[in-house]
Write a protein that binds this ligand. Structure first.
Ligand SMILES: Cc1ncc(COP(=O)(O)O)c(C=O)c1O
Length: 451
C-alpha cells in the first residue's frame, strides 16, 4: 500500500504524539521511515520505496520477510487453540517439540529450555537461574553477576544493569546491585588481538578476584558484541574465559540473542572456539521476529538440579506467555526453514563475501579501520585518521551520516553505533544483494569522509 504525502504527514504527527519508541528522542523522529511490507531481504515503505534490510531489521529476521509458511504455521496453531497454560501440570504440543529441537541444535551439554518472550527476559532468567542453582548447591553467597564493558543485554532494570554501555543507565538509576562489570586490571598482561576491541579474558579473572569468587554466581558475555559495535573476539578469548569460570566455579552465560541460530555461520557462536556455556540465552532468530519468543537453555547439571528439587524449593520463575503455543509453532517452522534452505551454511558463505568485499573495497582507506566479521555479522570503524587511530568528534555524527547516505543513496538500511557501522543482513541473502550492501557502504563512506 502506498500513501500520499498528506496521509504520511498525518501519520507522522500521530506517531510523534502517541507512540513512545525505544531509544526515543523526538528530534530524531521528524521523518521516520514507515514500513509497509517486505519480501526476502527487501522492505518497502509507505511511499513505495524499497530498501535492502542490512540488519535483518533488529538482527532478528533471519529467514527474511514475507514468509507465508510462518504465517500459515501461526494461523494453523491459532485455529487449534488460543493459548494454554504452561505452568507446571500443563503443557502443549509445539512447546514440547520446540524444547526438544532447541536442545538438539544447541551445545552438546545442554538439556533444558525455559521459554521467554524476549532476549531481556532470557538474560534476566539466566541470572535468576544461576542464583537459584548456587542456592541448591548450598552456596547462597554466590549471587553476583560479572558482565563486560560495552556489552548489551537488554532493557529491564537487571539487564540494563548488566549492559556495559553507560548510555543505557543515565537517569534510570540506581541500577540493580550485585551486577558488576569487568574493568582493566591495574597491570595488564594482555594478549588480545587488535580486532577483539581490546577485550581480554584476564579482565574477568581480575573482576572475580576483586569481588571474591565465593560471591560470584556467573559471568555473562555475548560471543560477538552486537549493540556495542560488533566485535568478534580473538580465537583464544572464549576458551580462556571458560577456563577462568571453571577455575573459580562461576557459571558462564552465553548471551546469543544475536549470534544464536546461525548468524555467525555456526548454529551457535561458541562452536567456533570449541566452548560450551552453562546457560545459553536466545531470542530474535528463534522466530525470525515473526512473533516474540526467547529462551534460556541450561546445561545437563543445571537441568538435573532443577529436576530433583528438595520439597521446600520450587523454581518460582514464570511468565504467562512462556512456551506460547503460537510462538512455538512459528519457531518450529522457522527452524525447519533453516534446515531446508541450509541457512547456516549460507550465512558462512555470504559472510565471507561480505567481509571480504568490505576489506577489498575499504581496507587501507584513510578513514576506515577494523573491518571485522564472523559469518553474517560485520562492522567497521570510521576514524578521522585511520593510521594514527584518531577518532572523529562525536558531535560530527559521522556514523549517522554514513548510515543515512547508505539508506537514501544506496537503498540499504542499517544501524551505526557511534562511529561504528554495523551490518547483519538476513541469512537468506544472496551474492548480488551482498554486493549491493558492500557498494552502498563504500559509496557512503567515500562521500561522507571525502576519502
Ligand atoms: C545481545 C543481546 N542480548 C539481549 C538483548 C535484548 O533482547 P530484547 O530486545 O529481545 O529484550 C539484545 C537486543 O538487541 C541483544 O542484542
Amino acid at each position: 500500500m502506498t500513501l500520499d504525502e498528506a496521509r504520511i504527514a498525518a501519520l507522522v504527527r500521530e506517531d510523534l504524539a502517541h507512540l513512545i519508541h525505544p531509544q526515543w528522542y523526538a528530534p530524531d523522529h521528524q521523518d521516520p521511515v514507515i514500513f509497509d511490507h517486505g519480501e526476502g531481504v527487501w522492505l518497502t515503505d509507505v511511499r513505495g520505496r524499497r530498501y535492502l534490510d542490512g540488519l535483518s531489521s533488529l538482527w532478528n529476521v533471519a529467514v527474511g520477510h514475507g514468509r507465508g509458511e510462518l504465517a500459515d504455521a501461526a494461523a494453523e496453531q491459532m485455529r487449534k487453540v488460543a493459548f494454554t497454560n504452561s505452568y507446571t501440570g500443563f503443557s502443549n504440543l509445539p512447546a514440547i517439540r520446540l524444547a526438544a529441537k532447541v536442545v538438539e541444535l544447541a551445545y552438546d551439554n545442554m538439556a533444558g529450555v525455559f521459554f521467554t518472550n524476549s532476549g531481556s527476559e532470557s538474560n534476566e532468567g539466566a541470572l535468576k537461574t544461576a542464583r537459584f542453582y548456587w542456592n541448591l548447591r548450598g552456596r547462597p553467597a554466590k549471587v553476583k553477576l560479572i558482565a563486560r564493558e560495552r556489552s548489551y543485554h537488554g532493557g529491564t532494570l537487571a539487564t540494563a544493569s548488566m549492559t556495559g554501555l553507560p548510555a543505557f543507565w543515565k537517569y534510570f538509576g540506581p541500577l540493580v546491585p550485585e551486577i558488576v562489570h569487568t574493568r582493566r586490571p591495574d597491570v595488564l598482561d594482555c594478549d588480545c588481538e587488535p580486532n577483539s576491541d581490546g577485550e581480554c579474558a584476564h579482565w574477568l579473572e581480575a573482576a572475580i578476584l576483586r569481588e571474591g569468587a565465593d560471591s560470584v554466581a556467573a559471568c555473562i558475555a555475548e560471543p560477538v558484541k552486537g549493540a556495542g559495535g560488533v566485535w568478534p573476539p580473538s580465537a583464544h578469548y572464549f576458551p580462556r574465559l571458560r577456563e577462568i569460570c571453571d577455575r573459580y566455579e562461576v557459571l558462564l552465560i552465553a548471551d546469543e540473542v544475536i549470534t544464536g541460530f546461525g548468524r555467525t555461520g555456526r548454529w551457535f557462536a561458541l562452536e567456533h572456539w570449541g566452548v560450551q556455556p552453562d546457560i545459553l540465552t536466545v531470542a530474535k532468530a528463534l522466530t525470525s521476529g515473526y512473533v516474540p519468543m526467547g529462551a534460556f537453555v541450561v546445561s545437563a547439571p543445571i537441568m538435573e538440579a532443577l529436576s530433583n528439587l528438595p520439597p521446600d524449593a520450587r523454581f518460582m520463575h514464570a511468565y504467562t506467555n512462556s512456551a506460547h503455543p503460537t510462538a512455538a509453532a512459528v519457531a518450529l517452522r522457522n527452524l525447519r526453514i533453516f534446515e531446508e534452505e541450509r541457512l547456516v551454511e549460507n550465512a558462512a558463505a555470504m559472510g565471507e563475501r561480505l567481509g571480504g568485499g568490505l576489506r577489498r573495497a575499504l581496507g587501507g582507506h584513510a578513514h576506515v579501520a577494523n573491518i571485522r566479521y564472523l559469518g553474517l555479522i560485520a562492522g567497521l570503524t570510521l576514524l578521522r585518521d585511520a593510521e594514527r587511530g584518531t577518532a572523529y568528534d562525536a558531535a560530527e555524527g559521522v556514523g549517522g551520516k554514513v548510515a543515512r547516505h547508505m539508506r537514501e543513496q544506496g537503498g540499504v538500511i542499517t544501524r551505526f553505533v557511534g562511529d561504528q557501522v554495523v551490518l547483519a543482513p538476513p541469512l537468506v541473502v544472496r551474492a548480488e544483494e551482498i554486493d549491493q550492501i558492500v557498494g552502498a557502504v563504500e559509496s557512503a563512506v567515500r562521500a561522507v569522509t571525502g576519502g
